[in-house]
Design a protein around this ligand. Structure first.
Ligand SMILES: *Cc1c(COP(=O)(O)O)cnc(C)c1O
Length: 385
């Protein structure tokens, strides 16, 4: 007889399957690259966050293997106990220097950086105002914090001001939370306005730079550099796992913010320090990004070429300010069908459907290592589909 646990789980899975929401991992073999081998088929990869092609770069691989030889595979403990190494200091200094903040702190992932930081900063006495399209880690961080959380419509600063006018005075602190580059849309938050609003209503501003780091701004430092703005009370969070080509997350901000997190942030205190290999690869990744600006320039050439080709075909795309470009699909079924067809033609681009997003789309992530003919072939195909 099935146990009640398995019975319940099997029933839930049935519901997920019936709704066409059932998902499964797909096996990729070999080094990360613009062309990948998936289940025996060679595909042009439009589903990778490795925007600058660094996850398979020799220099990062060397840095990681060298660190393993020197420091071993595991960091053996949390940062405050036995896990702290000079590599962590080097990486944190490098991030702070790049982001032009006093300090930075590295986490096991961007996800844990977000949930830990948000829940360390605010509680029941406080208010969170969050963009409706925020990443799952920001949403769950808000939940975990137990702060009163209100959403504002995507990038709608008018509505944000309205809600702050109504509610701000009932709470002690207020944290505005937003992706800088939105992960499922590719557009940018209205950062200068958000900074002004935060100042006016005495709020703190937390921005998630996961898809901005390495991609936007003169040196790839992200959205503050892109808009050439500064501000007090800003907490910048990001990941080492996308353009930087490694694994892990970071928080960048004032010395006192970092010192506070070291003493109050559960997802930093009670977890094992970032491994030597991941830490060393991230140091090398940032070095490459900062010294080889041509990589980011090439990525942007690719983005602009692809966008122009899509537009010349009158294909309907979402507004984008990043390496994420989404093609609108009328229905979830149509999106699935297009994605499947693309796969057969040798292109890997996922269909993103409700409930992940409000409207269905095919999502393309561009890489520096994509070659122009890929876009032409893809557009030729999209034109006839
Ligand atoms: C990927 C992502 C994260 C999580 O980062 P990981 O390092 O992969 O855990 C957080 N926020 C956004 C917007 C992301 O896209």
């Amino acid at each position: 007889m099935a146990s009640s646990l398995n019975k319940y789980l099997a029933h839930s899975l049935d519901t997920i399957r019936r709704a066409n929401w059932y998902r499964q991992e797909k096996l990729i073999t070999g080094l990360p690259s613009a062309i990948v081998e998936m289940e025996g088929q060679k595909l042009v990869n439009f589903a990778s966050n490795d925007y600058l092609g660094l996850a398979g770069d020799k220099r990062l691989i060397w840095a990681a293997t060298d660190a393993i030889h020197k420091y071993g595979t595991g960091s053996t403990g949390s940062r405050l106990l036995s896990g702290h190494r000079s590599l962590h200091d080097t990486l944190e200094k490098s991030i702070a220097d790049w982001k032009k903040t006093e300090k930075a702190l590295v986490f096991s992932s961007g996800y844990t950086a977000n949930i830990g930081t948000i829940s360390a900063l605010v509680n029941q006495k406080d208010l969170i105002l969050a963009d409706k399209y925020n990443h799952s880690s920001l949403k769950n961080g808000a939940k975990l914090s137990q702060a009163h959380t209100l959403n504002y419509p995507h990038c709608d600063t008018k509505d944000l001001v309205k809600q702050l006018t109504l509610h701000r005075s009932n709470y002690r602190h207020c944290l505005i939370i937003t992706d800088s580059v939105f992960s499922m849309d590719g557009d940018l938050c209205p950062l200068p306005e958000l900074i002004a609003i935060a100042q006016k209503f005495d709020c703190w501003l937390l921005i998630d730079e996961a898809h901005a780091t390495g991609v936007i701004g003169e040196s790839g430092a992200g959205s503050l550099e892109h808009f050439q703005v500064e501000g007090d009370n800003i907490i910048q969070i990001g990941t080492l796992s996308k353009a930087i080509g490694s694994l892990g997350g970071y928080v960048a901000g004032s010395s006192v913010l970092i010192d506070f997190l070291r003493n109050r942030c559960p997802t930093w205190i009670y977890t094992t320090a970032l491994s030597p290999a991941d830490t060393a690869a991230a140091i090398a990744g940032i070095e490459v990004i900062r010294s080889e600006s041509e990589r980011k320039n090439k990525l942007w050439q690719n983005i602009n070429t692809f966008k122009k080709q899509l537009e010349s075909l009158n294909l309907d795309i979402f507004p984008s300010d990043s390496a994420i470009i989404c093609l609108k699909s009328k229905t979830a079924e149509k999106a699935l069908k297009t994605s499947k067809k693309l796969h057969e033609e040798g292109f890997f681009a996922p269909a993103i459907r409700p409930p992940t997003v409000p409207t269905s789309r095919i999502r393309f992530s561009l890489m520096e290592t994509h070659k122009t003919p890929y876009f032409r072939d893809l557009c030729d195909y999209l034109q006839v589909s």
